[in-house]
Ligand binder design. Structure first.
Ligand SMILES: *Cc1c(COP(=O)(O)O)cnc(C)c1O
Length: 398
C-alpha cells in the first residue's frame, strides 16, 4: 500500500473559494429568481487588450506553418519575453539580467513550487491574514509556520521583530487580502532583517501594477541589498487580465547565494533552474507572444486603462463604505477593499448576511487567517454596473 503524504490531512477542510462557491450555489439553488453579484474571488472581468489579442493571434498563425512552427520552447521562457520583462523592470529603475527571469504559468504555481527548494526544517514566517497558498503549500511539506500579526494596530503592515529568528519570510505587497502596501523604509527593514538572519524573502508583487502612490516600491529590488536575500514573484493575472490565459514570472537574482550544510556555495538561481527544467516544460509560445505584448507601449497603455477601470470601482466601494462610517483599508494601491464587519459580526456570518439580504458575495476575512476573523474583502474586479448595484444594495442594509 502506498504511504501518503499525510500532511495533507492537516490542511483546513476546504479551500476558501470552494467553500464560498458551495454556499453561493446552495443559495442560488434555493433562490433561482435572485440575482447574485460576485465581488468575492479576485478574478478580473474585462477582456484582454486588443494588442495582446492581436499578438496571441500571431502566435497561433506561427504554429500553422512549418517555417515558424514551435515545439518545446526553453523551460525558462523565450528570450523575447525574458528581455521584455528585463526592460519593464528597467523602466522602474531595477536592473536585471535575463537569466534571472523565469517565465511560468502563474504566480500561484511558483509561490507553491518554490517550497521544493527548502528542507522541512526551516522557520517560516507568514503574515496573518495572508494569501492561503503560502500557508497550505508549507503545511503540505510538513513545515512549521510562525505567524506574524497584521492588524489595525500596525495598519496591516507587520514589521520584523529582530529578536525572533526566521529562515523563510513571505511578503505580499500590495497585499492580498488587506490591500496594504509597504513603503521603501518599511521594506528596507525587512531586507535588513533578512540579511542579518541569513534568511530568504519570498516577495509576491502580483499587484504592483495597482500602485498609484509613486513613492511606493513596485519591486523589492528597489531596496538596496534585496538581490542578496529575495525572490520576487509576479504575474500577468492582475496586471493584464491573464487569470485565464496564464502567465507569470519569477525573479531569482544571481546574487542570491547561501551556504550548504557542507559549507559549499548554493546558487538559488541554479537550483530553481534545475527544479524548473526537471518539472516544468515552459509556457506555450502563443501565450508568451501575448505576454510580451503586455510590455509593449501599446499593450501596457491598454492594461493601464483596464486597471483604471477597476480603480474607479474601488473608489465607488470605498466611498459608499466610508459614508457608513466603516473605515476601509486598501483600495488605493490595490484592487481590494478590506474592512471591519459592521456590528462586530464574524466574517462568515457577515458573508451569509450579505448573501441572504443583498445577494452580494464578498470574501470572509477568516479565510485568510485568524486576524481576518472580523474583516471582509470586496474586490473592484466587477463591472461598474454590478459594483454600483452591489453598493446600493449594501447601502440599504444597515
Ligand atoms: C492573484 C494572485 C496571484 C496570481 O496568481 P496567478 O497564478 O498568477 O494567477 C499571486 N499572488 C497573489 C497574492 C494573488 O492574489
Amino acid at each position: 500500500m502506498p504511504k501518503f503524504n499525510e500532511n495533507y490531512f492537516h490542511l483546513k477542510e476546504s479551500y476558501l473559494f470552494s467553500e464560498i462557491a458551495h454556499r453561493v450555489n446552495a443559495y442560488t439553488e434555493k433562490n433561482p429568481d435572485k440575482k447574485v453579484i460576485r465581488l468575492g474571488i479576485g478574478d478580473v472581468t474585462l477582456p484582454l487588450g486588443s494588442e495582446i489579442i492581436s499578438q496571441l493571434h500571431k502566435g497561433v498563425d506561427a504554429l500553422a506553418s512549418a517555417e515558424t512552427f514551435k515545439g518545446y520552447g526553453p523551460e525558462q521562457g523565450y528570450d523575447f519575453l525574458r528581455n521584455a520583462i528585463v526592460d519593464y523592470y528597467h523602466r522602474n529603475n531595477v536592473t536585471l539580467h535575463p537569466c534571472e527571469v523565469f517565465v511560468s504559468d502563474g504566480a500561484k504555481s511558483d509561490t507553491g513550487n518554490i517550497t521544493d527548494l527548502f528542507d522541512t526544517d526551516n522557520i517560516v514566517l507568514i503574515p496573518d491574514p495572508v494569501y492561503p497558498v503560502y500557508v497550505d503549500t508549507n503545511l503540505m511539506n510538513g513545515r512549521n509556520i510562525v505567524y506574524i500579526d497584521a492588524n489595525e494596530e500596525n495598519d496591516f503592515l507587520p514589521m520584523p521583530d529582530f529578536n525572533v529568528h526566521a529562515d523563510i519570510i513571505y511578503i505580499c505587497s500590495p497585499n492580498n487580502p488587506t490591500g496594504a502596501a509597504y513603503n521603501i523604509e518599511q521594506l528596507k527593514k525587512w531586507v535588513d532583517y533578512a540579511l542579518k538572519n541569513n534568511a530568504i524573502i519570498l516577495y509576491d508583487s502580483a499587484y504592483e501594477c495597482f500602485i498609484t502612490d509613486e513613492t511606493l516600491p513596485r519591486s523589492i529590488y528597489a531596496i538596496e541589498g534585496a538581490k542578496k536575500c529575495a525572490i520576487e514573484f509576479c504575474s500577468l493575472s492582475k496586471t493584464a487580465g491573464f487569470t485565464g490565459t496564464r502567465c507569470g514570472y519569477t525573479i531569482v537574482p544571481e546574487d542570491l547565494t547561501f551556504l550548504s550544510s557542507a559549507g559549499a556555495k548554493i546558487s538559488v538561481n541554479a537550483m530553481w533552474n534545475r527544479r524548473q527544467t526537471t518539472k516544468f516544460n515552459g509556457v506555450s509560445y502563443i501565450v508568451q507572444r501575448g505576454a510580451a505584448a503586455v510590455f509593449s507601449p501599446e499593450g501596457m497603455s491598454q492594461c493601464k486603462m483596464n486597471i483604471k477601470y477597476y480603480q474607479e470601482n474601488a473608489h465607488i466601494i470605498m466611498n459608499s463604505l466610508t459614508k457608513k462610517n466603516i473605515s476601509c483599508y486598501g483600495g488605493v494601491n490595490s484592487p481590494y477593499i478590506w474592512f471591519k464587519c459592521p456590528n462586530d459580526m464574524d466574517s462568515w456570518d457577515f458573508f451569509d448576511y450579505l448573501l441572504n439580504n443583498a445577494q452580494v458575495v464578498g470574501t470572509p476575512g477568516a479565510g485568510f487567517g485568524k486576524n481576518g476573523q472580523k474583516f471582509f474583502r470586496l474586490t473592484s474586479f466587477g463591472t461598474h454596473n454590478s459594483t454600483i448595484k452591489a453598493m446600493e444594495r449594501i447601502d440599504k442594509l444597515f
